[in-house]
Design a protein around this ligand. Structure first.
Ligand SMILES: [Zn+2]
Length: 179
């Protein structure tokens, strides 16, 4: 899920932590896509410009799922995920390489790296939406921010994309009380 969130936040335009976040331009897109892929903490190879273009399209469609859940429309979220699963032809496949133990990959139909990631992200969203924590996908509720998150807290009360946004809101509330 970290990569799904990372790709949406790095590649879809909107607002981030109080500032406009325009879609990354052609020159910045590969770096943004790489940042998204590495959001989970693994050093995946850098995205090529072609992969970045493809991933930007994927990210826009993944965002729709977060937005649907955030407004309480689980049906729309599920239908978007089903559409993505169908289009990416997500197929689970056990792989073992580079001295790692067996682990699960998801291969898409196109045989491209971006296609495989699309399949993998769609599957991750499907697992969340099909489980008890289906409503844990969110869009930041701080002013001027629309970055997405997955709420992995125990009580499920997360409302912000980051501690930066949480602190911004706290500070504003504190100022308002003291005004
Ligand atoms: Zn935020």
């Amino acid at each position: 899920m970290a990569v799904t969130v990372g790709l949406v936040n790095a590649l879809t335009p909107g607002e981030m932590r109080g500032r406009p976040y325009p879609a990354p331009g052609v020159d910045e897109r590969a770096a943004a896509a790489t940042e998204g892929l590495r959001a989970g903490g693994r050093r995946y190879a850098e995205a090529t410009p072609g992969e970045a273009d493809e991933l930007a399209g994927v990210a826009a469609r993944l965002r729709v799922v977060f937005e649907a859940v955030a407004r309480g429309d689980a049906d729309a979220a599920a239908s978007q995920v089903n559409q993505l699963l169908k289009e990416t032809d997500a197929r689970p496949h056990l792989d073992r390489h580079d001295g790692e133990p067996w682990h699960l990959h998801f291969h898409g139909a196109g045989g491209t790296r971006a296609g495989d990631w699309a399949a993998s992200c769609a599957t991750a969203l499907a697992v969340v939406l099909g489980g008890e924590l289906y409503d844990r996908l969110g869009v930041c509720t701080a002013p001027h921010c629309d970055r997405v998150y997955v709420d992995t807290s125990r009580n499920g009360t997360r409302r912000f994309c980051s501690t930066a946004c949480q602190n911004r809101v706290k500070t504003a509330a504190f100022r308002a009380r003291n005004a």
